[in-house]
Unconditional design. Structure first.
Length: 313
């Protein structure tokens, strides 16, 4: 597993970054509005901080109010930017996302959506709606939030959607027959990887359907984040000295969100260290037929409508 991925660690970032153009991210984004999910720690918080530093209006979408308040305070203090707004939303709860998106659309504008919230639950857990938790957060939550906010993004110049995925997806072929991982032995790491493959497919499909928005999906590499520490403790113990910093993990997210260079590349690509990379390993049988990809979109749309119609108001 680790042989082909040494570039995902800190040393890989250090060698890749020698080729970065620092001017790409020396951009003033005052007047532009960014929404970052899972923004109270890790890559989400590092991304929000860098955007705030450059004058952007940043909407932090977090699940835990106390932790989110602390993160917001730290971002404001560190950057001197007061235009930081907090929204408490559980991305694993589809009704809550709809309610939030409807309200947000009436009150704010949006130039860039950053889907960073994710979870890796190692046992099969169901949400109150009976959805498997990884799928509910990583795939359905990302789908609903993005589709609900597309009308807002469509109104703006240079609108972008960036989804934080993972290289783990390279080991998974899209499987639309068991989206809730109800069959066979449950392996949280593989379920997470499957969700991350689904995010790549979503990005490719959205890019085809919405030509005036720039979509991208990226792998942050292996970074020392609270999520990695809690979801992959053994991996963390073994590799902690080689992991990237949160800022290094967030670098490509920031680059995709603010640089002029990113949008010169086609919409729908998968990035790592500011470069588009293949979404399949050589010789891997992870390609899926177009009908499976269409099926994924249909199923997510059905789920999405089901939860939309039952939301109060």
């Amino acid at each position: 597993f680790l042989t082909g991925v040494s570039h995902l660690f800190r040393s890989g970032y250090e060698s890749a970054s020698k080729h970065f153009n620092p001017a790409d991210v020396e951009v003033n984004v005052a007047g532009r509005s960014f929404l970052v999910t899972g923004a109270n720690s890790g890559i989400g918080k590092a991304t929000a901080t860098e955007i705030a530093r450059r004058g952007g209006t940043v909407h932090l979408v977090c699940r835990n109010k106390e932790r989110a308040e602390v993160a917001k305070g730290e971002i404001v203090t560190e950057t001197g930017n007061q235009n930081i707004f907090l929204h408490i939303v559980d991305i694993s709860n589809p009704r809550e996302i709809w309610k939030f998106a409807e309200k947000f659309k009436n009150e704010h504008k949006l130039n860039v959506l950053i889907n960073n919230a994710g979870c890796m639950v190692n046992n099969r857990e169901l949400t109150q709606d009976g959805l498997e938790k990884n799928f509910a957060t990583n795939t359905l939550g990302t789908y609903i939030l993005t589709t609900a906010l597309l009308p807002l993004l469509e109104k703006e110049a240079d609108a972008r959607v960036i989804t934080v995925s993972s290289g783990g997806m390279l080991v998974q072929k899209l499987n639309v027959s068991d989206l809730q991982s109800g069959n066979g032995t449950f392996d949280g790491t593989m379920v997470y990887a499957q969700n991350k493959r689904q995010q790549v497919v979503l990005t490719e499909q959205w890019a085809k359907a919405h030509r005036n928005i720039h979509f991208s999906v990226m792998h942050p590499g292996w970074a020392d984040t609270p999520a990695v520490r809690s979801a992959m403790p053994d991996f963390y113990q073994k590799m902690k000295n080689s992991l990237r910093t949160e800022g290094q993990g967030a670098d490509t997210v920031v680059w995709l969100a603010i640089s002029a260079e990113a949008t010169k590349l086609p919409s729908g690509l998968f990035f790592q260290d500011r470069q588009p990379v293949p979404t399949h390993l050589p010789l891997a049988s992870t390609h899926s037929p177009p009908e499976d990809e269409e099926k994924l979109m249909e199923v997510l749309e059905e789920f999405s409508q089901k939860f939309k119609s039952t939301s109060p108001g």
